[in-house]
Structures are given as C-alpha cells and as structure tokens.
Ligand binder design. Structure first.
Ligand code: ZN
Length: 482
C-alpha cells in the first residue's frame, strides 16, 4: 500500500527532471574524463586477458574506439596529435565481461509475508558496474525485464552511463518461486511460450531457476536454442549432470548449489539440505564429482563463479575493510539492514557450514578449470545486500586469487572467458590490436597485488574514458534505493 502512494510523486519528479535537462548537452559528459579520438596509454603494466603473464612498460594506442596498437613503450611510435597519458605505476586490463550482473538488488528489509523482494537499481547499478570496470554485462535473470530492456536502450543511446548489456529474460521458475516477483511456470508449453515472447521483446539470454521441473527445463533449452540464444541455470530441482545432458549452456554459482549428490533425492525435487550435505560429505576430488566435472567439460557447459555472493554467507566475511566503500554508497538505513543480517550470520557461526562449503567451491572451480572447463564470473548482487554491483566484481577477482588462480588467470576468467561464451571474443575480452577499446586503468600492480583492482581510475568503453571516481560520487548514498 505504501508503494502506491509513491506513484504520483514519482511521475512528477520525472517531469521535473525532463525539463531541467538541456536537450543539446551530452548526458554522459559529467562522467567522462578522456574523449580524445586518439589516446596513447604509456608505460603501463599490461594484463591482456589471455591468462599469460603481465608485461611491463607497454603502450596501448586507442584510435576512434578501437585498439590500434599494443607494444613496448620504448619502441612504439605514438601517432602525432594523440593525447598521451603517462601511466607509470598503473595496470591496464580488458573491460570486465560480467556474467552474473543483475540490475536488481535484494533489499535487506524484505517483505515478511512474501520473503525476498528485489528492488530495481535503475540509476546506480549501471554506473557501479561501469565504475568497477565492467564494460559488458549479462543480467542473468530479470525481475523487471522491461526495465532492464529500457535501461539497455538508454545506455546504447548514450543517455546514461553503463556497460553493454546482454539482457536476460525473466527467470524461468517453477513452484514455489523464491521471489514473489517471479512468474511461476505451469508446464513445458508455457516455458516455450515465455521464451518465445521475451525473445521477441529483446531478451538475448536466459536463466532457469531453482524450482523449474525437468520437463520445463528441457522445453526451455530447446526453445532458447531454436531462437539462437543460450541458457544458464541456478538449479536445484535438476542436478548439474542431468542439466548438462539436456543441453544447458552454463551453470551458475558452481557445485555449492548442485543437488545431485544429496542421498535420496529424486530428479525434480529441490532438497533443502543439499548444501549442508555437500559441506559435510562430498569431497571435490572424489570420483562422482570428477565424473560430473568431465561431463560438463565434454558437453561444453560453462560455469559462472560467484564467489563474492557465496562469501557473504560465510560468517565474518567479506572483511569489514572491504565493505567500507560499499557503506559510503548506501543510505544509512540500507547499510544498517546489511549490518543486522551480517551479525545474525555471525551469531550462528558455530553451526554454519558456509566456511567449509566456500573452500569446497573454490576447489571445485580449480578442478573444473584444470579439466578444461570454461569458468566465467559475475557478482550476483543478491543474498542480503552485502554484495553490490561492481564492488562484487572486484571482490570476485580477489577471491579467485585466494582460490589459487594467478591474477592474470583471474582477469582472463573475468574477461576473455565471458567474451568467448557470448561469441564476442573477436571484439572484446582481450587487449590486442583491432579489438574494441574496452580497458580498465587501475592504480597499482595487479599482477603482484590483486587488491589493486579496487583502485580503478578510468574505464574505457568503446574508447571513451569514464572517470570511475565521478561515477562513484554520482551514486553516493543512493545504492539500495534506486
Ligand atoms: Zn543471481
């Protein structure tokens, strides 16, 4: 009821803003620091996104939105008239390809009658992603698909800053839905109809959710593939091996959510003790797990690592120092909601299985990559609000390194691998001549210290340099509200 009373003032506010804007001004101008047509980034530490070792003292030339040349600063000829940026002490890596980047956010104070409710972060999420270096983002399950599609249109038209969006259709969910904003599928025919309709509306990717039935999932996969798109799943009622056999393209979160090892479970059932059982009884180097991994690799099923959101369920994590920047982006009420849930998790620490499960997830991801699997990553700004767009992407990189990957491998997981999955590796995901100039400039040596990814300065998207600090400043105190 409270919400309806807000409708009228909102419309009024929109019309006020519409009049306040000068039509001729570039709405992106307040956030742009570099817009010269030709720019040379000189003396940088380069992590090119291929996973190979970082190289020192490189120059990258950007020419009209594309990378024109990459080479040693000592021998590279910088084109006459280029704007030269002296970047000693800075690392440059490719724009991140975020593969689990919702535009919504689960409100820490959710409905007591209907459970988790998600608020759409129309203003802040796109800016936070871009500020953290995410230049391409799959929304991986939409709560408000028309909103996501309209935000994409505005970003593409240069009206608002944000990453290039791959908008995922509304969740394909069965009964009961985890979030009341989700539609409940009533059978395979409806799954097909839903895919068909939203492909027509502009959705370019798909996500099956926890309670989808096996027949609905099968139908959805067939329809998505018939429309030339891909489908991922955060599954529970269907195990990883079964989903791979059906032809799913990607699995979210990793083994932490796989239910196939829970004793007594029937296909189509979502057991509530799967995670606890996994933590206590399933070993990552055991034959059943290795068989599942090989099945995924053989069928080219990717896995999206979402360590940041899993970590937030582990008592005492993420470290408070990491969360201070997040705090500054939120209004006090939202921050206090986050702290309340964090202390509830802490109080139950003795009984929590998350610490063990989190370590197992990290081991699974290492085994999956070692077996030849395509691991991607995304921030999944959900759970109880401790993981925010952009911040979560930075945290993922740190956690991938904690999991045992090198900084360069972590960057490749967050850039090239997503680009490969999306079929855009010829254009984005790595730094090489001819590629789109999507580049992240950070202060520090990322190869030696992964926490330098928290110090993003400039994010080039299509050659246009956005000032990360200005983007962050523009959302201060608003994250969690809109
Ligand atoms: Zn998600």
């Amino acid at each position: 009821m409270l919400r309806t009373s807000l409708v009228l003032p909102c419309y009024l506010a929109i019309s006020v803003f519409a009049y306040a804007q000068t039509p001729a001004s570039n709405p992106l101008a307040p956030y742009i620091s570099e817009d010269a047509p030709v720019i040379a980034l000189e003396h940088v530490e380069l992590i090119d996104g291929t996973g190979g070792p970082a190289t020192s003292d490189k120059t990258i030339v950007i020419d009209h939105g594309k990378i024109a040349a990459v080479g040693p600063s000592a021998s590279m000829a910088v084109p006459a008239g280029a704007k030269v940026l002296e970047l000693q002490g800075h690392t440059v890596y490719p724009g991140l390809v975020g593969m689990h980047e919702h535009l919504f956010y689960s409100e820490p104070t959710s409905s007591t009658l209907h459970g988790l409710v998600a608020g759409e972060l129309v203003d802040t999420a796109p800016r936070l992603y871009l500020a953290a270096g995410v230049t391409t983002a799959r929304t991986t399950g939409s709560i408000a698909p028309y909103t996501d599609l309209n935000i994409k249109k505005d970003i593409d038209a240069g009206k608002v800053p944000g990453p290039e969006l791959d908008v995922t259709g509304p969740y394909l969910e069965g009964n009961p839905p985890l979030i009341p904003q989700m539609h409940i599928l009533t059978g395979p025919e409806e799954a097909r109809k839903m895919v068909d309709f939203w492909v027509g509306e502009g959705a370019t990717s798909w996500k099956a959710y926890m309670h989808i039935s096996p027949v609905e999932l099968k139908a959805a996969i067939a329809e998505v593939h018939a429309r030339g798109e891909k489908i991922t799943g955060h599954l529970c009622s269907v195990g990883f091996t079964a989903a791979a056999d059906m032809g799913i393209d990607d699995l979210e979160h990793g083994i932490a959510v796989d239910t196939e090892f829970t004793p007594g479970r029937k296909e189509g059932e979502c057991p509530d003790n799967a995670a606890a059982y996994m933590a206590e009884h399933v070993e990552m180097d055991s034959t059943p797990v290795m068989t599942m991994i090989h099945e995924l690799v053989q069928r080219h099923v990717a896995v999206t690592s979402t360590l940041a959101v899993l970590e937030s369920l582990d008592p005492g994590h993420p470290p408070m120092e990491f969360m201070l920047r997040e705090r500054d982006s939120m209004p006090p009420t939202v921050w206090s909601g986050v702290l309340t849930t964090r202390s509830m998790i802490q109080e139950r620490a003795a009984k929590s299985y998350w610490q063990v499960l989190f370590k197992k997830e990290m081991q699974f991801e290492r085994e999956f990559v070692a077996a030849g699997g395509l691991l991607m990553t995304g921030c999944d700004p959900t759970a109880y609000g401790a993981v925010l767009p952009g911040f979560g992407d930075e945290r993922n990189l740190e956690l991938l390194v904690e999991a045992g990957f090198t900084s360069e491998q972590a960057i490749a997981i967050a850039t090239r691998n997503g680009a490969e999955y999306l079929g855009r590796a010829d254009r984005i995901g790595t730094i090489a001549a001819g590629k789109q100039a999507d580049l992240v400039v950070v202060n520090g040596d990322v190869a030696k210290d992964i926490t330098a990814v928290e110090r993003v300065e400039t994010v080039f998207k299509n050659g246009l340099g956005f000032d990360s600090h200005k983007l962050m400043e523009s959302v201060r105190g608003m994250v969690g509200l809109r």
